[in-house]
Design a protein around this ligand. Structure first.
Ligand SMILES: [Zn+2]
Ligand SMILES: [Zn+2]
Length: 892
């Protein structure tokens, strides 16, 4: 049975038993920003289990894509070294939300394994939590297994909890006997194999049933849940291995084609060399993780999810090198991932070009670093080969990182593979070097700077160290008194600025918002005792210094003086409208298109907003309308926009959307729009969504592969936009003298009529040309026994002239034809000579001569040629010369 059939069999079985088959949720968990990746089937149902959300089904089954790497399940180093560790895997699961409990869960499990999949009963054993007598009794009753086949295990193995508090309960596992020939570490150490309780694969755990039975409070007391639930999980790769009689997941049809792909690329055979086998498994596993993570919107970066992805890809690249793969190869292996899993998960097929591009780019970028770093590590290992304790010097890790950008975690793994250790002291030495380096960078920046740009960087670094961080008052105030702390122009402090000068002004406090988070900076005015200036822009410099670019318009401004600062309120209002509009749009896109949508870029301007987001395909018909409608519903509901300050962890826990790649401090600001949107954001927002009035999408399109862009307007700008469209509509309707709403219908009719008319016109023209042709043939002259037609037909373009010539050729099998005509002040000429005469007369030469006579050029084949010229007044004379040309030719 193939892995694909197995997946389908599982889902079909549970569908048949009243379960709703639910699609796999994305790998980036939508509900839980604190969770790195979706790591189990229950993740998408967490709020249902917690009773916070109701669905229209109480039984569900899924095949869930999962990634375990980084964070709690950090066993990346093991992947490739064992038969079963994966970063990416599929989890089959059935769920009951307060519906059936242990009884049916055990029944379904047993029936599926023994009847549907036909596993022999005598090779199965169950484990239960030591105190769970119910489960023990049920296993006996349902399966007929004896007491010796049902093991009671402790809390570590058979008790599950969602967290320190919340739902928890005993679980029960079913194990499959693969055989006692499989290696067991216990036995190798001279002890007895522990059977299903053993770490070895002799008794392979294949399915885990969790009985969510209790709610644990903060003091640890467990009370029974009113509606106990079921959550189960069975790794598809594992059960596929069992069904296919393989002792390694990598030998199943879900993974082996990837190994085969690597064999082809590397020209090495799997099974021939232990280290090469590890590398092939690493590449096979990591290609799957990379393909799935990228198609779910994760991009390689230096932070969080993006970093885990980057680490996975770089680890694969290193193992590729060990197989002799020097050119980018991982992107190519992802094709096989699509071949194997593109049917079950269409998103990886749809997004494959973006996946391949992303992987290849990362491979190209990292290649040099990888080669240099590995060479340095080899040198280090050679130089220290005689050392006995084999402890890596943290300072060497720093040099690797500092001079080559070689990632420290990858270096650690390389050293560990070579039998070296990287203890905490080494890492501390590494950190100390990093700190010293940062210090040197800070010091170096204030001196030795040369050009204006660098000098400007230097002065702001200096000022950030000297000045207090300016207070931002602009969430509440649009005007406030403040003191000028410093003024800067061309990288130098200026104690004073005069009318006409442009200076950058730093105040102790300001109502002006500095450009950040996509929102443009404020403009406004600054009034002192002896002068005033216009704030043209506000932005951050140095470490969070708010800088106002001020053009002094009158008198002078002086350091340390008190000034009145005010923000241009109309512009600010426009920014607020479009910023709140942006949050609504972001949330609406996720609801309509799916939770994989993440912000890729944003501009909040006073008169429009631009929002870039990751989404593989173009938006379908009606999707933009749906998004717009959903946003406008939120506008009409006039939801209060509530900002709050809280700890980052608290914010993430409350479900706030954080932007990956953004840096957040420990205290963050959260903008909550009812239940519709929660985002970490420092921007300025409306008090309630109703102020938007109207939200209107102006355009939607692609900006880069996998990235779409929406431009939209709100408030007055939206009304203006609609107004402009209405005027155009009214004017169009006015031209047709019909009500505007009849336009589409009428236009369609007009277009049909036009098509009809064009057809008739073409027929008429053809008939006309035929008629003229007849006249012309009748008027043909014989010159030296050669029939000659030379005539003028105005109003025909070269194509029209040629079609007349074609008709003439049919009626005048032997002869010379030259037609000329004038269109918009230009002469067009077409000449033709029948084949029997082309030895004596060439159409190309004829046109050349006639065209010269009208001041132009021409040429072509001996039997057909065309030309033209700018002097219509000479056309008649030129055509008159055709007969003479033929006569001369006949004599010559
Ligand atoms: Zn064992
Ligand atoms: Zn925002």
């Amino acid at each position: 049975m193939t892995g694909g059939e197995l997946r389908q069999r599982f889902l079909d079985y549970f569908r048949k038993n009243g379960h709703t088959v639910v699609r796999s949720s994305p790998l980036v968990p939508a509900q839980d920003p604190t969770l790195l990746f979706t790591s189990a089937g229950m993740v998408q149902f967490k709020s249902v289990f917690l009773g916070e959300e109701r669905r229209d089904y109480v039984r569900a089954a899924t095949a869930q894509k999962c990634v375990r790497a980084g964070g709690k399940h950090n066993d990346l180093e093991n992947v490739g070294r064992t038969a079963r560790h994966h970063t990416f895997f599929e989890m089959l699961g059935n769920f009951s939300f307060g519906d059936y409990f242990k009884d049916d869960a055990i029944k379904y499990c047993w029936e599926l394994l023994t009847r549907e999949l036909g596993l022999p009963k005598d090779r199965l054993k169950a484990t239960v939590f030591q105190d769970d007598d119910d489960a023990f009794a049920l296993w006996k009753k349902v399966t007929g297994m004896g007491d010796d086949r049902i093991l009671r295990l402790g809390e570590a193995d058979n008790f599950w909890a969602m967290g320190d508090t919340g739902p928890c309960g005993p679980c029960s596992e079913i194990h499959f006997h693969q055989g006692d020939h499989i290696a067991c570490a216990e036995e190798q150490a001279g002890r007895r194999c522990l059977g299903p309780a053993c770490e070895c694969d002799r008794w392979l755990e294949i399915w885990n049933l969790v009985f969510m039975q209790f709610n644990r409070d903060a003091s640890g007391i467990m009370t029974p849940l009113p509606k106990p639930s079921i959550d189960t999980g069975m790794g598809l790769e594992r059960i596929a291995a069992v069904m296919q009689g393989k002792t390694s997941n990598f030998d199943t049809d879900l993974l082996h084609p990837l190994i085969a792909h690597v064999e082809r690329l590397s020209k090495k055979r799997y099974g021939a060399d232990v280290e090469h086998d590890v590398s092939m498994r690493v590449v096979a596993d990591h290609a799957r993780a990379a393909a799935f993570l990228i198609s779910d919107g994760v991009t390689p970066s230096n932070e969080w999810r993006g970093y885990v992805l980057r680490r996975i890809m770089r680890r694969a690249m290193r193992h590729g090198r060990m197989l002799g793969l020097v050119e980018p190869f991982l992107w190519d292996v992802t094709k096989t991932v699509v071949d194997i899993l593109g049917g079950a998960y269409p998103e990886i097929a749809e997004q494959h070009s973006r996946v391949a591009e992303t992987v290849k780019l990362e491979e190209e970028r990292f290649a040099e670093t990888l080669d240099l770093g590995m060479a340095r590590i080899r040198e280090y290992l050679e130089a220290h080969a005689k050392e006995l304790n084999r402890v890596v010097d943290g300072r060497f890790l720093f040099t690797l990182y500092d001079t080559h950008g070689f990632p420290t975690d990858l270096a650690q793994e390389v050293f560990q593979d070579a039998g070296w250790t990287v203890p905490a002291e080494s890492l501390a030495a590494f950190e100390a070097e990093m700190d010293a380096q940062r210090e040197r960078a800070r010091a170096g920046a204030s001196f030795g700077a040369t050009d204006g740009g660098e000098r400007s960087v230097a002065i702001y670094q200096q000022l950030s160290a000297q000045l207090p961080k300016p207070a931002f008052l602009g969430y509440r105030e649009l005007a406030a008194p403040a003191r000028i702390l410093a003024m800067v122009a061309e990288g130098q402090r200026r104690p004073q600025a005069r009318a006409g000068d442009t200076v950058e002004v730093i105040l102790d406090r300001t109502p002006a918002y500095a450009e950040s988070g996509g929102q443009m900076g404020d403009t406004g005015t600054l009034v002192g005792r002896e002068g005033q200036g216009r704030i043209e822009d506000t932005y951050y410099r140095g470490a969070q210094l708010i800088v106002h670019r001020v053009k002094v318009t009158q008198g002078q401004l002086t350091e340390n003086e008190e000034v009145a600062v005010s923000v241009e309120s109309r512009r600010r209002q426009g920014l607020r409208l479009h910023h709140t509009g942006t949050h609504l749009l972001h949330a609406a896109l996720r609801r309509i298109l799916g939770m994989h949508v993440t912000q890729a870029g944003s501009l909040v301007a006073p008169d429009h907003l631009r929002f870039d987001f990751s989404h593989g395909a173009g938006l379908k018909d009606g999707e933009v309308d749906k998004v717009e409608e959903l946003v406008n519903e939120q506008v009409q509901a006039n939801i209060v926009v509530s900002p709050a300050e809280m700890d980052l962890q608290e914010a993430l826990k409350s479900g706030a959307m954080a932007l990956f790649g953004e840096k957040y401090g420990d205290r963050v600001r959260v903008i909550k729009i009812g239940d519709f949107s929660t985002e970490l954001c420092g921007g300025t927002h409306l008090d309630a969504t109703g102020q938007i009035g109207l939200f209107k999408v102006v355009s939607e399109g692609a900006v880069a592969s996998g990235v779409r862009r929406i431009e939209a307007v709100t408030g007055e700008e939206a009304l203006k936009h609609v107004g402009r469209e209405e005027v155009a509509l009214r004017e169009s309707a006015g031209l047709l003298k019909i009500p505007p709403l009849e336009l589409p219908h009428r236009l369609q009719k007009l277009l049909e009529e036009q098509k009809q008319l064009e057809k008739q016109l073409a027929q008429l023209e053809a008939r006309l040309a035929k008629g003229r042709a007849q006249e012309l043939v009748a008027a043909a002259r014989e010159v030296a026994v050669v029939p000659v037609i030379a005539a003028r037909l105005d109003g025909l373009d070269p194509d029209g002239l040629r079609s007349v010539v074609d008709t003439l050729r049919e009626r005048l099998p032997s002869g010379v034809i030259c037609l000329g005509g004038v269109v918009e002040g230009k002469v067009h000429l077409v000449a033709s000579v029948s084949k029997d005469l082309t030895k004596r007369f060439q159409a190309g030469k004829l046109v050349q001569e006639i065209a010269q006579a009208v001041g132009g050029k021409g040429g072509g084949r001996p039997d057909l040629a065309q030309g033209g010229g700018p002097e219509p007044s000479k056309l008649d004379a030129a055509l008159g010369a055709v007969a003479g040309w033929v006569e001369r030719g006949a004599k010559g």
